[in-house]
Write a protein that binds this ligand. Structure first.
Ligand SMILES: [Fe+2]
Ligand SMILES: [Fe+2]
Length: 174
């Protein structure tokens, strides 16, 4: 049995690291929050592990070194998560393996059948609007991700995140 994750304090710890991106970088904490929102919306229907997808949102781009070409940033994010596991948060081994895989390979444009890994990647790709790209259903791993991408905006499904995140955590959803 693992203790519940205190996401507020975990976010404070990760974003206070000197290496984090500026808040409004296209790959910075502002993006991480939208990925978390997207992941929670998707998880309501995909059955993804909510702790894993929320941790993915926080760590997947946490070790980017720039907003351009940085092909190893997924691996560095996974290593960073491993380095603070047991100190800032904990997760059972099987779930942690999913988190590691999702972080390491999110940079390569793959699809995945596992609902948790697929939800992580779809949540990230559904935020492509921030860089002027329209999410394409063909690049989604989950049927729900493809449905949202085909619709063009995620706003009609925002309410689904509330049940997962709770009202106190919805400040970043609008
Ligand atoms: Fe990334
Ligand atoms: Fe990302």
């Amino acid at each position: 049995m693992t203790n519940a994750i205190n996401f507020d304090s975990l976010w404070a710890s990760v974003t206070s690291e000197p290496n984090h991106r500026s808040p409004y970088s296209v790959h910075g904490p502002d993006h991480w929050r939208r990925v978390e929102r997207n992941a929670c919306i998707l998880a309501a229907r995909t059955g993804a592990n909510v702790n894993v997808v929320r941790l993915f949102a926080l760590f997947h781009d946490s070790r980017r070194e720039n907003d351009g070409h940085d092909p190893d940033h997924g691996r560095r994010g996974a290593d960073f998560a491993a380095s603070v596991r047991g100190k800032w948060f904990d997760l059972p081994d099987d779930d942690f393996a999913l988190l590691q895989y999702a972080c390491i390979w999110h940079t390569d444009g793959h699809h995945h059948k596992d609902p948790t890994i697929g939800t992580c990647w779809d949540a990230d790709r559904l935020d492509l609007g921030r860089v002027g790209m329209i999410p394409d259903p063909a690049y989604m791993s989950t049927p729900f991700g493809a449905e949202i991408a085909a619709h063009g905006v995620i706003q009609p499904w925002l309410h689904l995140a509330d049940s997962v995140l709770g009202c106190a955590a919805t400040h970043h959803l609008k």
